[in-house]
Design a protein around this ligand. Structure first.
Ligand code: THU
Length: 136
């Protein structure tokens, strides 16, 4: 699976974004270590706060189906039919990814024409995670 192939899966996932309030449509494709890909889109809500981001939709789908280890996630987003040059995961999604992935998780962003590859460590430096809760 190339970076571009995973990003194209995120573009597919974005088709289902439910965004009557923001029209900002996001798609995510999460690659499990099993090789399975979990797609997610954002799902908005009239009460706003129950809105779920695309990345979290993908993570929760995967975890609820028994997969907890991941090697990469691709995320695309933008208003309406247009893709932004870069749509990076929000802080909450970074923290949710940090629960199941280490800093080496590959994060593939951008558009099929201009791909940016980064890592969770770069997106979430000095992170707080489950190892911080263990007795020293
Ligand atoms: N959104 C995502 O799906 N992922 C992010 O990481 C940032 C924001 C969604 C939530 C909401 O539906 C819309 O984009 C505008 O914030």
């Amino acid at each position: 699976m190339t970076d571009k192939e995973l990003l194209l899966k995120a573009v597919e996932a974005r088709e289902f974004a439910y965004t009557p309030y923001s029209n900002h449509k996001v798609g995510a494709a999460l690659l499990g270590k099993s090789g399975k890909i979990y797609l997610g889109c954002n799902v908005e809500n009239a009460a706003y706060t129950p809105t779920n981001c695309a990345e979290r939709t993908a993570v929760f789908k995967a975890v609820s189906e028994g997969e907890r280890e991941f090697s990469a996630i691709a995320v695309v987003g933008g208003l309406g039919d247009t893709l932004s040059e870069l749509c990076a995961p929000c802080g909450v999604c970074r923290q949710v990814l940090n629960e199941f992935c280490d800093g080496s998780l590959k994060v593939i962003l951008g558009t099929p024409e201009k791909i940016t590859v980064t890592t969770l460590a770069e997106l979430l430096p000095y992170s707080f995670g489950k190892t911080d809760l263990k007795k020293q």
